[in-house]
Design a protein around this ligand. Structure first.
Ligand code: NDP
Ligand code: MG
Length: 391
């Protein structure tokens, strides 16, 4: 039986992964090693019982008593905290879903790769913050990273049987997010609730707000560069409000391979779970007569400064991605807490990047996980200072 683990099981991607594991036969078909979550221990315990997991881990030590009570008599071991998460990642598994949100997902994913696991990577922050290190770790341990972000799964599928050297361009599609049709001058006043109203996809709250600001697409541009190894100038972004084309690959003969499908992450998760095979998945089938048309428009620079920042980060590479991601997470925390405006998030990230460039040689790539985490921690302190200056 295939041994599987899900990091971030209680989140949006985690729920979809759980659904596919259950539909695929649950504990009769998969041996579930570790399921991890954060504060939602009630759901974590339900999932651990249903899949008969070996261990359930909450990231928060103050949640351990509740988790232990919920899993009493179930035969599932319980643990809590960062060290427990790392230990869970050390348990041998064949397939591991990395779906913790934020840079907190990096260490468990990296440890799973060190054990030789196939890492289904939803946590794009891992590639942004430590792309080179993550891919080198996978190569060193004969492990594989499979993309789960819908755009990257689409690109991965459009590349099957092709030679990467013949790729001319990669075109990432973007919905444009919740505020895509707002007049520019109103954007500064956008509230958290307004940024959370995504037109197409149902996702966790942080990525939904990142879609509205296009920080999500900025992360994805960097993710594309790190995962597929193409040059930054080969990566384009186009707003495609229907979000039915998940991304496209353009080849040297002018052909473009597009990947289309419903707005359902179970496609990309299922592709990574069943790869290299395709298996039937419970996603809606597209009806083109009903869809009738697909539309596109270029992203405006003034509306989406995050895209410009992503280009600057790719030009430096090294530790710039670590700083960019950490500063983005802090800026987002401030926006959610009401202590910075929607458009101020990009300012915080830009100021943190310039400040850190004065303190570190950003172009030197981090050589270890410890170095990434150190840079991440420092960038968070600086970003908080930049945010405080706004008060
Ligand atoms: P959610 O917020 O829905 O879920 C996040 C998961 O991580 C939950 O299990 C949460 O636990 C757990 N968690 C939160 N903070 C920590 C922490 N500090 N340490 C350990 N665990 C933690 O996020 P999504 O599922 O939307 O996103 C997960 C990842 O997948 C992100 O990297 C996102 O960018 C990426 N992704 C998501 C897509 C989507 O459709 N949702 C699409 C493409 C990529 P709890 O809830 O119990 O507190
Ligand atoms: Mg995506």
């Amino acid at each position: 039986m295939r041994r599987v683990s899900v990091f971030g099981a209680t989140g949006s991607i985690g729920e979809s992964t759980f659904d596919l594991l259950l539909r695929g036969g649950g504990h009769l078909a998969y041996q579930t090693v570790a399921l991890t979550g954060g504060r939602n221990v009630t759901r974590l315990a339900e999932m651990a019982r249903a899949l008969r997991a070996e261990v359930a881990v909450t990231a928060h030590e103050d949640c351990l008593t509740d988790l232990r009570r919920l899993l009493e008599g179930s035969g599932v071991q319980v643990a809590a905290g960062e060290a427990a998460l790392r230990e869970a990642a050390e348990r041998p598994a064949d397939w591991v879903m990395s779906a913790i949100v934020g840079a907190a997902g990096l260490a468990p994913g990296m440890i799973a790769l060190e054990q030789g696991a196939t890492l289904a990577l939803a946590n794009k922050e891992s590639l942004v913050t430590a792309g080179e290190l993550l891919m080198q770790t996978a190569a060193r341990h004969g492990a594989r990273v499979l993309p789960v972000d819908s755009e990257h799964s689409a690109i991965f599928q459009a590349l099957v049987g092709e030679d990467i050297a013949t790729v001319e361009r990669i075109i990432l599609t973007a919905s444009g997010g919740a505020l895509r049709d707002w007049p520019l001058e109103r954007l500064a006043t956008a509230s958290v609730a307004e940024a959370l109203a995504h037109p197409n996809w149902s996702m966790g709250p942080r990525i939904t707000i990142d879609s509205a600001s296009m920080f999500n697409k900025a992360l994805e541009v960097i993710e594309t560069r790190e995962y597929f190894g193409v040059a930054p100038e080969q990566i384009e972004v186009i707003i495609h409000p229907e979000s039915l084309i998940h991304s496209m690959v353009g080849y040297s003969d002018g052909a473009i391979m597009a990947h289309l499908g419903a707005h359902d992450m179970r496609h990309a998760i299922g592709y990574a779970l069943n790869w290299p095979e395709r298996q039937e998945l419970p996603v809606a089938r597209l009806n083109f007569a009903e869809i009738a048309r697909l539309s596109f428009r270029a992203p405006e620079d003034a509306r989406y400064p995050a895209l410009r920042l992503a280009r600057e980060v790719m030009a430096v590479r090294g530790k710039a991605g670590t700083v960019f991601n950490a500063a983005k997470e802090v800026a987002l925390d401030h926006f959610i807490a009401g202590s910075c405006g929607f458009l101020e998030m990009a300012g915080i990230v830009e100021d943190t990047l310039s400040c850190m460039a004065g303190q570190l040689t950003l172009s030197a790539a981090p050589v270890s996980l410890a170095e990434v985490l150190e840079t991440d921690a420092l960038a968070r302190v600086r970003a908080a200072e930049m945010a405080d200056k706004l008060q």
